[in-house]
Structures are given as C-alpha cells and as structure tokens.
Design a protein around this ligand. Structure first.
Ligand code: SAM
Length: 453
C-alpha cells in the first residue's frame, strides 16, 4: 500500500474543493471502466458455490417509453412486444441458473432497475417475481423488494398490483415539475401524469416511496428548481434523490449544452443549489443518507445500496448487469458503448447462460480494504471497529493520513470509543472527492486507460 502524507492529501482536497470540482457520484468501486479480460476465464459455479450468508439481487430491465436526453444507462425506447417477452424469458432462465448455484443464500434485497421496469405487464412482472421466489427460497422477512418506474407506467391498477406481489419500495423519476424543463428532457409524460402517479403510490400506501429530481437541466434556474422541489415535498414522499445532472458524451443533452452552454448552470452553481436544497430538506424533516439521498424513514431508505456497500455479495441479472463478491467483480456484457442497445439486448436474449466469467476485476486484500473504506465512508457508515473485525487490521494505521486530512478539513468526525467515522455536512457535500482519495493507483490507471472498442 503506497502511503501518502496528510499534508499533500489536504492540499489535494483543498484544491479540489476550491475548484468547485463536482465529480460524478460514486456508485461502486472500482467502476466498470476498470474491468478487463481475464487471462483464464473463471468458473461461475465455483465463485458462487462457496459464498454463504446474505445476497442482493439486481435485475436490469432496459426498456423505456422514451429515451431521456441526459440518460446514458443501458436503456432504450423499445415497444417491440416480442423482444420484451424474449428478454423476460432470458431473465427467468438466468434466475434459474443462478438459483442452482446461489439459491442457498439468504436474499436481503431484490431490486428491479432500469430503464423502466414498470413498463412490464402485470403477468410479466408476476412471472419474474415467481422465478425469484421459486429459485431463491430463502428471502429475508425484512427484505427490500424495490422497483423503479416512471409516471406514465404507474396507474392505480399497476401500483396496487405491485403491492400485491410484495414490492415494498417504489422509486419514481419525476425529474422536474416544470413543464418547459420536462419537455427538454425528452420525457413524454405530462406534469399532471407525474402528480397522478404520486397520488396513486400514496393512495396504495407504500411506506417507502422515493421520488427522483434532477438539478442542472436545460433552462433551469435557481427559482424553477426550488419551485419543483417545494411542490414535490408537498406530497410528503418519505425519500427523495436529488441528482445534479451528469452530462456524459453521447447523451442528447451534451449536444444541447455544446450549442447553448448559457442555458446550463456551472458546477459552481450546482453546489449552490445543493446547499439550498439540503437546507430545505433538513427544514422539512428529512435527514441525509448520501450526497443525493434524503429520507424521513428511521430505517435505511435504500437497503440494497447499504448492503452492497457494506460488502454483501450481489448478483446482477440481465443485459450488462454487474455482479460482485468480495474478491471478484464482473459483468456479462463488457464492451457496451459503441454497440447499439438493441443489439446488446438481442444478444442477451439469444446467448443463453454463460458458465465462464471472462471480464471483470479481481480484488486483492488491498483493493477490498479500499472498496470498504470508500463505500462505507460515502454512506457515513465507516467504523474502525467493524473494519478491524473484517480485515483484522487498523484503519488508522492503514489510512490514517487520509482520514487525518479529511478530519482537519472538517469533512469527517470521529469517535474513538464507538469507532465511528461519520461525514459532516461538508463531508456529505464533497463525499465523491473524499472517496476518490482512497482509489488505488492501479484502478486510477485502468479507468484512465479505458477505451470503448
Ligand atoms: C435508472 S433511472 C430510472 C428512471 C425511470 N425509468 C424514469 O423514467 O423515471 C434512475 C434515476 O437516475 C437519475 N439519472 C439518470 N441519469 C442521470 C443523469 N445523467 N444525471 C442525473 N441523474 C440521472 C434520474 O433521476 C432517474 O430517475
């Protein structure tokens, strides 16, 4: 492990903060850009056969009714019913195969993400959930069963059905309650539909329902953002994600920004909106869980993320989904960007289950420790005693300089007795910068040298 001086880390931290650098928030470590082809493919059965304990299941549904201009996720506007059917069958095949090798584990969470999973019909959703429960019989009593959706796919009947089949968390993208801004995002539903869908979710009585909003959209101002936020809060969602828009190459919004950069706010202003929004959320009884998420719930509002970040394995089902154990991260479809989403989905439907893992990233002990430090820190759950229990080593010896620099900059607070290392308000704000301090040289190099083929 390369040791760095506290002073030099502090300098880096100070510069990144004063430059108002807003990196993309961290979803995992390492990112997919660090994955490479293995010299010798790894046997999937062996990997999962020896896993014990708790498991998270993520199921990817890549279909949407429209492609949002900011979206670079693996999703597409597809209304080819036969393809959707074939994809659902391929998912069920994959669930069955994984059930044979990991069905002994206890399922902590099931998350249907996308895309727009609620685009699936009721029988398709039922078939999918039945496949999970048939092949993974040990589902924890308090398991999170979550689904993502968009307003035009969440009519009252669909929402009622979700509750009936056991879904206990619904997360819906609202993005903005301003008509002009919504139009610019390419979304093809109205504000009225957003409001109707929120009311449907409330009427059916989901204790855990989450709404997503985005700031930094085209034409958005401080005033229009606050208006959207205030109106959304009036519906009293118990959790909310407030995302600063991430503009990546190949996204439609990137072109709009190139042509009309004056219609978009700077990173500087995004931080300003972040500050105002946090204040507003606290005043309205929400507490902060991550840089983007706020909740009124006493328990975690997004259990799968917490469980994954704390090191429980995750099986990703579906086109290009990622899977993680403590020592191995991999993905079934590695090089995705230059191929059309449609091709990737069709290939997934035809290819059948792969028993060998050919692409991914193997985590040695040093990388496991870094992952644990990064991900626990950004959810404000880093704990020196837990770290000691897990790795039989002292986090203050291994990352003391990094932690000291963060503490001196007022980003973390530490409690020697409980072992807790918590983010301060400033720490939440700069949590992606803090996380990046723990990245290994190897991962930085791999991510930097990643090229789409
Ligand atoms: C996987 S998406 C699912 C969205 C859902 N299908 C919908 O239409 O509302 C989850 C959330 O990620 C956020 N998101 C996606 N791309 C983003 C980007 N480029 N910048 C900021 N937030 C983004 C959006 O708020 C979105 O609701």
């Amino acid at each position: 492990m390369i040791k760095r001086e506290c002073g030099c880390i502090r300098e880096y931290l100070k510069t990144a903060i004063s430059n108002c650098h807003l990196p993309s928030y961290i979803y995992g470590y390492p990112s997919k850009r660090a994955y490479r082809k293995f010299e010798t493919p790894i046997d999937l059965k062996e990997v999962w056969g020896k896993q014990k304990g708790n498991l998270n299941l993520y199921i990817h549904i890549p279909f949407c009714n429209y492609k949002c201009t900011y979206c670079t996720l693996l999703s597409a506007k597809i209304n080819d019913e036969s393809l959707i059917k074939a994809y659902n069958q391929a998912l069920i095949r994959e669930i069955k195969e994984y059930g044979k090798i990991a069905g002994h584990m206890t399922v902590d969470s099931i998350y249907l993400g996308g895309g727009t999973p609620t685009i699936l019909s009721k029988p398709q959703l039922k078939e999918l959930f039945d496949a999970v429960t048939d092949n993974f019989p040990n589902i924890a009593q308090d398991a999170e069963i979550a689904i993502e959706g968009s307003p035009e796919t969440l009519d009252l009947d669909k929402v009622r059905f979700l509750k009936e089949i056991g879904v206990n968390r619904v997360s819906m993208g609202i993005q903005t309650l301003n008509k002009e801004e919504l139009k610019k995002t390419g979304r093809q539903h109205s504000i009225e539909e957003s409001i109707q869908a929120i009311n449907n979710i409330k009427q059916v009585g989901f204790k855990n329902f989450n709404l997503d909003l985005i700031y930094g959209l085209e034409n958005q101002t401080k005033e229009t953002w606050l208006e959207s936020l205030q109106k959304t809060i009036e519906f009293k969602p118990n959790s909310m994600n407030l995302y600063p828009v991430v503009i990546r190459p190949l996204a439609g919004i990137q072109k709009a920004k190139e042509q009309n950069s004056d219609k978009f706010i700077t990173d500087d202003s995004k931080y300003e909106l972040y500050d105002i929004s946090c204040e507003y959320m606290y005043q309205n009884g929400y507490h902060q869980e991550t840089f983007v998420s706020f909740t009124k719930l006493k328990e975690d509002s997004y259990k799968q993320q917490v469980s994954d970040f704390q090191g429980n394995p995750l099986i990703g089902i579906g086109a290009s989904a990622r899977s993680y154990t403590n020592t191995l991260h991999y993905s079934t479809d590695y090089v995705v960007t230059k191929r059309s989403t449609l091709n990737i989905i069709s290939d997934y439907c035809q290819k059948g289950f792969e028993n060998l893992i050919s692409h991914g990233f193997e985590l040695d002990m040093d990388e496991q420790k870094r992952r644990s430090a990064i991900l626990n820190l950004i959810i404000s759950r880093l704990n020196a005693h837990e770290y000691k229990k897990k790795f039989d080593s002292d986090i203050w010896e291994e990352f003391g300089q990094e932690l000291k620099a963060m503490e001196e900059e007022g980003c973390i607070e530490t409690n020697k007795q409980s072992g807790q290392i918590s983010l301060t308000q400033k720490g939440f704000k700069y949590s992606s910068i803090l996380g990046s301090i723990f990245y290994s040289e190897k991962v930085k190099e791999l991510e930097k040298n990643y090229t789409d083929k």
